[in-house]
Design a binder for this molecule. Structure first.
Ligand code: IMP
Ligand code: MG
Length: 173
């Protein structure tokens, strides 16, 4: 069992996600948003964000692997589960837990663009800009985090800690 210290509390997360929901609802006024959650890390964030969006919303999910159980990016992106529905002509908002090197999102977004969405934007709960290797920039971002290994609120360390109601960092033991 690793030691984890709290970086972002449940209260801060609730408040910021409510604000993001309001901002997104205003930007997409009169439209319908097709939310695409990237499994598994985005699940808790997507559920909380979707509850705060007031325009009509539909859900789809995609599963990609770039890390295995390692904490270092391999840069290899593999589609484990593709979308159920077509995104052609839809206003698509990708929901992701964290943008780290940006490799996963760069690959995914360029792949999804070829499927002809009306618009394609990215909403990430966390941004770790110090580690960026690609030109990916979230259109909506909850918090900027330092170059630490982050867990909780959907993010895992070897598949554990996704259920923590706060964002924490793993203390090296
Ligand atoms: P990227 O392709 O390097 O941007 O990596 C993106 C994916 O790596 C994220 O969707 C996360 O699943 C995972 N990841 C990156 N940094 C962390 C972290 O600090 N904790 C847990 N997962 C992470
Ligand atoms: Mg992920």
């Amino acid at each position: 069992m690793e030691d984890i210290s709290v970086l972002i509390s449940e209260e801060e997360l609730n408040k910021r996600i409510r604000n993001l929901g309001e901002e997104i609802s205003a930007d997409y006024a009169g439209k319908e948003i097709h939310l695409i959650g990237i499994l598994k890390g985005s699940v808790i964030f997507m559920a909380e964000l979707a509850k705060r969006i007031t325009v009509p919303v539909t859900f789809d999910f995609m599963s990609v692997s770039s890390y295995g159980d390692d904490t270092v990016s391999s840069g290899i992106v593999k589609i484990i589960k593709d979308l159920d529905d077509s995104i052609s002509g839809r206003d698509v908002l990708i929901v992701e837990d964290i943008v780290d090197t940006g490799r996963t999102l760069e690959y995914l977004m360029s792949m999804l663009r070829t499927r002809d969405p009306k618009s394609l934007k990215l909403c990430a709960l966390l941004d770790k800009p110090e580690r960026r290797l690609c030109k990916v920039q979230p259109d909506y971002c909850g918090f900027t985090v330092p170059d630490e290994f982050i867990v909780g609120y959907g993010l895992d360390y070897a598949q554990k800690y996704r259920n923590l109601p706060y964002i924490g960092k793993v203390l090296q033991g």
